[in-house]
Design a protein around this ligand. Structure first.
Ligand code: NAD
Length: 488
């Protein structure tokens, strides 16, 4: 593993950050703002303006007016506008990626992939909007017609995080718009530019004013104000479980619909009959993607005793080969962590694991004192009481532990309150079927990494939240069901 200091790509010009309210770009009326730091250098690159109370009120009124317009636009015309936005994103993808890497840190290849996937998500959900069918229920009496219809739930408040500046927002925006809802997005203050680029693509595609609004601010203040407001009918949040519980409780107190995409701590089980080389290669690529700041990242490696050393050797070799560097360098495979909080968290988790008796096989410390780089780290024989076996690491530290029996590993995999993603590697069809059924989580991927595509469900169970952000289920969270019974 090596770290390179110089960017080969000239540093792109970071755009001025603005909010988007009632169809206009604005710096808002607040005198508060937040510095945006390049995580590869720790240097300021811009400033995120905060919304004032007046800005939030304008966004809410705009969302109400936008909703009245957009709900009456036919599903076909909504689809056409959304498809235009998707094509704009595709045509702008290279520029979008450069700025995403500058503000978030991930390598350019990952930023490009995120932009292109965002366009695919818009396409998929725009098409689902055209298939938001109702039904006719056969009536008991001849003169009665019983209709079940689907209606947009109303103006949505969405809160999106910094790890995927576009993709966390695009799932909420696309589901809202496809259903006929308007939306206020409270974007990520630390990585605001790409959320802005996403919203700009919808505005440029011709979305009526007020249908989409983008604000920034102190997250707790903005969410508290928006969620309580009677005009907001639906809340969608992606972030940590602790914040999700707080927002879900607030939404519940005001009887608002919610979609909660929260933290995870995905077990990755390698059975004795697995293709060990393939498991080590795919799991390490996905563990260290986005420097481990991915909610569905494989994070608790549970490996059968009989293949343990073989797996560890291969996994460590894969981790050692990762080039860590500024994401703007074409050959960087892992960038910095997105902020200094994550570096502190990695140091704490590694120290705790070593105190608990784990062995450090590679990495374990921050790199240099410029930016927020941390070494790809592998810990082995990590006991279950270590914090990293209980808390979502959200960083490039991989804890590996052994197991001996199927029942033991299923119990360990299901031990935590999280239930987002899980992975398993085995050549046995019987084990595949059993493990797919026995794991308590929303998504299971066996012998490959197959999660997160637009057309498949994406969401968790237990304390990882509820509702789906993918597949045909994604739009359901933004639709009310209405029953109409008419007699002639
Ligand atoms: P954090 O818990 O303070 O914030 C997580 C996210 O929630 C941020 O985007 C933040 O802006 C938002 N947030 C926080 N309080 C909020 C509130 N009261 N109302 C609305 N939004 C609020 O911590 P952090 O340091 O930013 O992130 C660390 C942890 O968050 C990670 O360990 C991870 O568990 C979780 N996280 C998860 C995802 C995900 O994809 N599920 C994304 C980012 C962060």
């Amino acid at each position: 593993m090596m770290r390179r200091e110089q960017a080969t790509q000239a540093e792109p010009v970071y755009p001025k950050i603005r909010m988007f309210i009632a169809g206009e770009w604005t710096e808002g009326g607040s005198d508060r703002s937040e510095k945006i730091l390049n995580p590869a250098t720790g240097q300021p690159i811009g400033e995120t303006p905060y919304a004032s109370r007046g800005d939030l009120d304008r966004a809410i009124m705009a969302a109400q007016e936008g909703f009245e317009i957009w709900r009456k636009v036919s599903a076909f015309d909504r689809y056409r506008t959304m498809r235009k936005a998707a094509d704009l994103i595709r045509s702008r993808a290279a520029g979008i990626a450069l700025i995403m890497t500058l503000e978030q840190g991930k390598p350019l290849t990952e930023s490009s992939a995120e932009s292109l996937l965002a366009a695919d998500i818009i396409d998929w959900l725009s098409e689902e909007g055209r298939r938001a069918y109702g039904r006719i229920v056969p009536a008991r009496f001849g003169n009665v017609v019983q209709l079940v219809t689907k209606e947009p739930v109303g103006p949505v408040a969405a809160f999106t995080p910094w790890n995927f500046p576009i993709n966390q927002a695009v799932r909420k925006i696309s589901a809202s718009l496809a259903a006929g809802c308007s939306i206020i997005v409270k974007g990520p203050e630390e990585t605001p530019a790409r959320c802005m680029a996403l919203v700009r693509s919808f505005a440029d595609a011709g979305l009526p004013a007020g249908v989409i609004n983008l604000v920034f601010g102190v997250p707790s203040e903005v969410s508290d104000y928006l969620i309580r407001h009677p005009i907001i009918r639906k809340v969608s949040f992606t972030g940590s479980t602790v914040v999700g519980k707080h927002l879900a409780a607030l939404a519940g107190a005001h009887m608002k619909r919610t979609t909660m995409e929260l933290g995870g701590h995905a077990p990755a089980i390698v059975f004795p009959d697995a293709d060990v080389e393939k498991a080590a290669r795919i799991l390490s690529a996905n563990k260290f993607r986005n420097a481990g700041q991915v909610c569905v990242s494989p994070t608790r490696f549970l490996v059968h005793d009989s293949i343990y050393e073989d797996f560890v050797k291969r996994f460590v070799a894969e981790a050692s080969a990762i080039k860590v560097g500024n994401g703007l360098e074409r050959d960087s495979r892992m960038g910095p962590l997105a902020n200094s909080r994550r570096v502190d968290a990695m140091e704490t988790l590694v120290a705790d694991a070593l105190d608990c008796g784990a062995q450090l096989r590679i990495g374990g410390k921050r790199i240099g004192n410029t930016g927020y780089f941390f070494e790809p780290t592998v810990l082995t024989d990590v006991p279950p009481q270590a914090r990293i076996m209980n808390e979502e690491p959200f960083g490039p530290v991989a804890p590996i532990a052994r197991f001996k029996t199927y029942d033991e590993v299923v119990a360990e995999a299901n031990r935590l309150p999280y239930g987002l993603a899980a992975y398993a590697y085995t050549r046995s069809a019987a084990t595949m079927a059993a493990i797919g059924a026995d794991l308590q989580c929303g998504m299971v991927s066996i012998n490959h990494h197959g999660l997160g595509l637009p057309e498949v469900p994406f969401g968790g169970t237990k304390e990882s939240g509820f509702g789906s952000e993918g597949g045909l289920e994604a739009i359901e969270g933004y639709l009310d069901t209405k029953f109409v019974s008419q007699a002639s």
